[in-house]
Design a protein around this ligand. Structure first.
Ligand SMILES: Cc1cc2nc3c(=O)[nH]c(=O)nc-3n(C[C@H](O)[C@H](O)[C@H](O)COP(=O)(O)OP(=O)(O)OC[C@H]3O[C@@H](n4cnc5c(N)ncnc54)[C@H](O)[C@@H]3O)c2cc1C
Length: 625
């Protein structure tokens, strides 16, 4: 007999980075929503690195913000250091990264959830799915509560049957000793959703007072600070920042690790789960890259509330005594005091090939999954999936088409397409190299690319939408205007060119031709532009990029046009691929399993060849499709 019985539109299982975005999106779109967590004190917990953003992850946060998500605003309220990475390279890989005060980050997100209409927070372990006739009807908690709903979003992270391991010590707990969720996986399997084991790891946290920073390189934050959220006024976030520090491992560190590798659960087989190739443990790095004499280790503050420092780049599951020995070999850590041991965590997750690009399960209508449970790794990867699952669950209930961003629109599109189309045998982490159209998908223009969609969804205000329209008009009109401004090879011009070490003009040009020069830009040439207006920095940034990269952007736009042509050839989920004559058996099986939405997606399934795609195109034209 069910003790508690409640009705909701949407149930979200998990209040991590995915669950928070899913719950906020659903509640803000007017749906009566409940979000479950095993501990309300761990809402938006950062169990690993104390930062948001970084290469390609900064792009995800900016895109989420442009669509109406929360993470960007939350980190702008709680960061303690901010840096724009890769500024020595092109704008496609510039990426914002901010150190967070972890407790402030969690508290701020909790406050936002607690003050959102239509949203209920519940501390309870969800133990069972309620599924009837192929459609989810709600969930049951371990305490026998029954919560009926039109849609359920699973955002369980690293908690399903979680096990934390270092050396021969292992505990069946979630991160930071929190309760694991040990029942829901079985219910998923009973309902036809297979689970698998993945693993990730985290480094030790050490006491700042035991470190000698004079032996490390200081890394200061940027001045001025650039916000993550497009709706944060930069003037409001300029503040004192903490520093991070750089040190290195050395041959002595590597010797200790090699001599104890047999005691590593990773190498002894005690760890069953598959770990992320692009976030390797230190023992992995030492074994896989023996030629490397040293590895960079960033010493990062966990927050202003604590002396705990995070040793980025040195996650491990080696035994405690080995951890002490290896950390002590790093310059500056000779007298290190470990506050929390490094450990690995393994947990149940699903193969995202089981879900559609809307993040709805193929086998169970109304059931969605987002975040680490889908085999991704990272706060940012989780948050964007949570948002999309929240939006699409609402649209499914309202009988609307799901919002599916494609690979030419957003990193979010690349992430979800890779998860649902590719066979990811390890935790998937976003990287700029995964985005083939990255020159167009920059973090600086996420608002220009996605605000319209966020507004159409209903999570971006009219005021915000209008501001972006105005910005677009300003950029377009200004780029067109300076292409018409003649600049003579006169004394004034030559003086300005000389001032910036740019070669003199022999004949007259238009202003944009000068802006194209690497050593020059729009602001340096304002004196040659009698009618120039005072434009906001973010507009000037776009003008410079549009002009300097015009050729590359035009070329990439052509590639995108081709991509979209193929992507628009839709495929119905009802096609029986095995019956298509001329299609190879393997291709038929793969296509039947994945049920791709378009020719484009079909072409990205491993094992489907261009020849198979031609057979498919012939079949479609014969069918008049
Ligand atoms: C030890 C460790 C090391 C990590 N290392 C890295 C790394 O190096 N690089 C990296 O990119 N990422 C790393 N991560 C991953 C990162 O933490 C996650 O990617 C991110 O937190 C995923 O967000 P999420 O919302 O999917 O899940 P989480 O943040 O894990 O949140 C899951 C939520 O679900 C709730 N929950 C789960 N099951 C139930 C249930 N049955 N009933 C009720 N509530 C439930 C939990 O209470 C929690 O609120 C690490 C995580 C851990 C724990």
């Amino acid at each position: 007999m069910a003790y508690i019985k409640e009705e909701y539109d949407i149930v979200v299982v998990g209040a991590g980075h995915a669950g928070c975005e899913a719950a906020l999106a659903a509640a803000r779109l007017g749906k009566k929503t409940i979000v479950f967590t095993v501990s309300v004190d761990s809402i938006a917990l950062m169990p690993c690195n104390p930062n948001i953003g970084g290469s390609s992850k900064g792009h995800l946060v900016r895109e989420l913000d442009a669509l109406g998500g929360e993470m960007g605003k939350n980190i702008d309220k709680t960061f303690i250091q901010s840096r724009m990475l890769n500024t020595s390279k092109g704008p496609a890989v510039h990426s914002l990264r901010a150190q967070a005060d972890k407790q402030d980050y969690s508290r701020a997100m909790r406050k936002t959830l607690e003050n959102t209409d239509n949203l209920t927070i519940r501390q309870a372990e969800v133990a069972e799915l309620i599924v009837e006739d192929g459609r989810v009807q709600g969930v049951k908690t371990f305490s026998q509560g029954e919560y009926r709903a039109k849609a359920v979003i699973l955002a369980t992270g690293t908690y399903l049957k979680a096990r934390c391991i270092y050396g021969d010590v292992s505990n069946y707990t979630g991160p930071n000793g929190l309760q694991a969720a040990n029942h829901l996986s079985d219910s998923m399997v009973e309902n036809g959703i297979p689970v698998r084991r993945f693993k990730t790891g985290t480094p030790a946290r050490v006491d700042k007072r035991s470190l000698d920073f004079s032996k490390m390189q200081e890394q200061k934050g940027d001045v001025p600070i650039v916000p993550f959220s497009f709706s944060t006024d930069p003037a409001t976030i300029q503040k004192e920042q903490v520093s991070c520090w750089l040190t290195y491992t050395n041959e002595e560190t590597h010797r200790i690790i090699r001599e104890n590798i047999d005691r590593s659960p990773l190498f002894s087989g005690a760890i069953e789960g598959t770990g992320p190739r692009y976030c390797p443990s230190i023992e992995d790095k030492v074994v896989k890259f023996p030629e490397k004499g040293r590895h960079q280790i960033f010493v990062e503050p966990e927050g202003n509330y604590t002396n705990e420092m995070y040793l980025s780049g040195m996650s491990s599951s080696l035994p405690e005594d080995v951890q002490y020995a290896m950390y002590k070999t790093l310059p500056g850590l000779e007298n290190v005091k470990i506050v929390r041991n490094a450990y690995a965590i393994e947990y149940d997750c699903v193969n995202a090939n089981e879900v559609l690009a809307s993040l709805e399960f193929k086998k169970i209508k109304g059931l969605y999954s987002a975040g680490q449970i889908n085999g991704s790794s990272g706060y940012e990867e989780a948050a964007v999936q949570g948002f999309m699952a929240g939006v699409n669950a609402v649209r499914e209930i309202d009988g609307k088409e799901p919002v599916i961003l494609d690979r030419s629109q957003a990193y979010i599109g690349v992430l979800i397409d890779d998860l649902v189309t590719k066979e990811n045998m390890e935790p998937y982490r976003m990287m700029t190299s995964r985005a083939e159209y990255r020159l167009l998908l920059r973090q600086d223009n996420a608002d220009l690319r996605l605000t319209d969609i966020g507004h159409e969804i209903g999570l971006v205000s009219d005021e915000r939408w209008r501001a972006v329209q105005q910005k677009k008009e300003l950029i377009t009109s200004e780029v067109a205007r300076i292409k018409e401004i003649p600049v003579g090879a006169n004394k004034k011009t030559q003086e300005i060119l000389e001032k910036y070490g740019s070669s003199p003009l022999n004949t007259g040009v238009t202003l944009d031709e000068l802006v194209r020069r690497p050593e020059l830009d729009y602001e340096k040439l304002l004196d040659l532009d009698p009618e120039h207006k005072d434009l906001p920095q973010d507009v000037i940034e776009q003008i410079n990029i549009e002009i300097k990269y015009e050729g590359y952007i035009a070329r990439q736009q052509k590639q995108v046009d081709n991509f979209r042509r193929v992507e628009q050839r839709k495929l119905s989920p009802d096609i029986d691929y095995k019956s298509i004559s001329g299609l190879r058996l393997e291709a038929g099986q793969k296509l039947d399993k994945f049920k791709p939405l378009s020719i484009g997606q079909a072409s990205r399934i491993s094992g489907v060849t261009p020849a198979d795609i031609s057979v498919l195109l012939i079949y479609l034209s014969k069918e008049g499709k």
